[in-house]
Design a protein around this ligand. Structure first.
Ligand code: TRP
Ligand code: SF4
Length: 405
């Protein structure tokens, strides 16, 4: 196993431009991003090429969706001061890495990714027997590896893609991390840490390699992370040398599972555009209120005087997202005893959702009226992302042997 240097706290995630975002995206993904942007170096991008893998026949609409989605992100609180926001296709290095990774990725790995067959089944009306669609998760791997990301916040459905990314990185490092004279270079790098640390590193490495002592591995990693006097290349060599692999060029990322896995929709199913049970982030107050007022409740409560069971009611699921303990016990008690009516029960949710959406809607209006500001934010993000992507590609080309200098 190759190491994920825990020093690598960089976070990368992408989203396909699928049209107006809704509360499912907000609670499932964006709130998580907004939290991470303050604790980690974050790169968030619009995966416009990924949109093409399934919607190549409707490519003309993609760019509008991209800008709309960026406005949704910004309005929800993703901050260009804290995170870098960019568009995948504006960093063409992703495509170059994808190409190089495609050379070493066995077809079976891609065919085995669960979303491959699932999506083909689900999107029957589209012809997805394409090269690009098969490569979808590998392009995602390139998106992640090009930033040497440590963490990838994703939903459950994307975990298999991060797993593939780890396998591909491991294979790449195995094939190309064996630079000529690796051992000698690693030994030389050890001496640069100073006598005391060099001795410690050797001991820890021996403990790990000969006795499989994981704790020694962890301590040795921490030691490497704390070294100020060695170059990035040497550090990567020493991480690889520690574990008996070659130099680690592309570190393996970890999936960071989103806490709220499932935001309930208006009908109790997961909120999703395909179920038609969403509340849009920029939906106007009147329409939001109407949707909530008319959303279904426990079907057994036909009359106001019939007692109900919150467990059978989608409104209760929303209380679990939006209400505190007091309100929740008020619902439990009032529903089961028919003390409260359903409209009454829905009111705290209506208030909470409207309060949540109001600032988002206002910011969206500002950004909509200032497209130049949005474009500037993305231009800056594109540049910052490209700087890193270029550096990684230099390493990658060098490792593969494509450096014509
Ligand atoms: N496949 C992801 C999705 O559908 C989007 C995506 C593309 C992504 N590249 C990524 C997510 C890289 C995380 C990291 O949601
Ligand atoms: Fe659902 Fe509330 Fe009506 Fe009970 S009172 S059925 S929980 S909406």
């Amino acid at each position: 196993m190759s190491s994920v240097p825990s020093q690598n706290q960089r976070v990368v995630s992408g989203m396909r431009p699928t049209g107006a975002l809704h509360l499912g995206h907000y609670h499932g993904v964006l709130k998580n991003w907004i939290e991470l942007q303050h604790s980690h170096e974050c790169f968030f991008f619009v995966a416009d090429w990924h949109a093409l893998t399934t919607h190549y026949e409707e490519s003309a609409g993609i760019s509008d969706s991209v800008w709309e989605m960026v406005i949704d992100w910004l309005s929800a609180g993703v901050s260009p001061g804290a995170a870098k926001l960019f568009i995948q296709s504006r960093v063409p290095e992703h495509a170059e890495l994808h190409l190089l990774l495609s050379m070493i990725t066995p077809l079976g790995w891609l065919e085995r990714v669960p979303s491959y067959k699932d999506q083909q089944e689900k999107l029957k009306e589209r012809d997805l027997a394409t090269y690009g669609f098969l490569g979808y998760p590998l392009l995602q791997s390139a998106d992640i590896l090009i930033y040497k990301a440590g963490h990838v916040p994703v939903g459950e459905d994307q975990v298999a893609h991060v797993e593939l990314t780890r396998e591909v990185a491991r294979r790449f490092n195995h094939l190309y991390g064996r630079e000529p004279g690796f051992e000698a270079k690693a030994e030389n790098a050890i001496t640069k840490m100073g006598k005391k640390n060099a001795k410690l590193y050797r001991e820890l490495r021996k403990n790990y390699q000969e006795k499989g002592d994981i704790q020694s591995l962890d301590v040795a990693r921490a030691l490497l992370e704390s070294q100020q006097n060695i170059s990035v290349g040497d550090r990567e060599r020493l991480f690889g040398y520690l574990e008996g692999s070659g130099k680690i060029i592309l570190p393996e990322p970890q999936a960071l599972l989103t806490k709220i896995a499932k935001m309930p929709g208006l009908d109790g199913q997961k909120m999703s555009k395909s179920y038609g049970n969403t509340i849009g982030l920029r939906e106007d107050a009147e329409s939001v209120e109407k949707k909530l007022r008319t959303m279904p409740t426990d079907p057994a409560r036909v009359r106001r005087t019939d007692p109900g069971d919150p467990e059978k009611c989608p409104v209760w699921e929303l209380h679990q997202v939006y209400s505190g303990d007091d309100t929740r016990s008020w619902v439990q008690q009032g529903c089961r005893s028919a003390d409260i009516g359903c409209i009454e029960c829905k009111q705290p949710i209506i208030d909470a959702v409207l309060a949540e959406l109001k600032p988002i809607r206002e910011r969206a209006e500002e950004y909509t009226n200032d497209p130049a500001a949005v474009r500037n934010i993305i231009a800056e993000g594109n540049e910052a992302a490209r700087d890193i992507a270029r550096d990684t590609m230099d390493d990658v080309r060098k490792a593969v042997g494509l450096l014509y200098r």
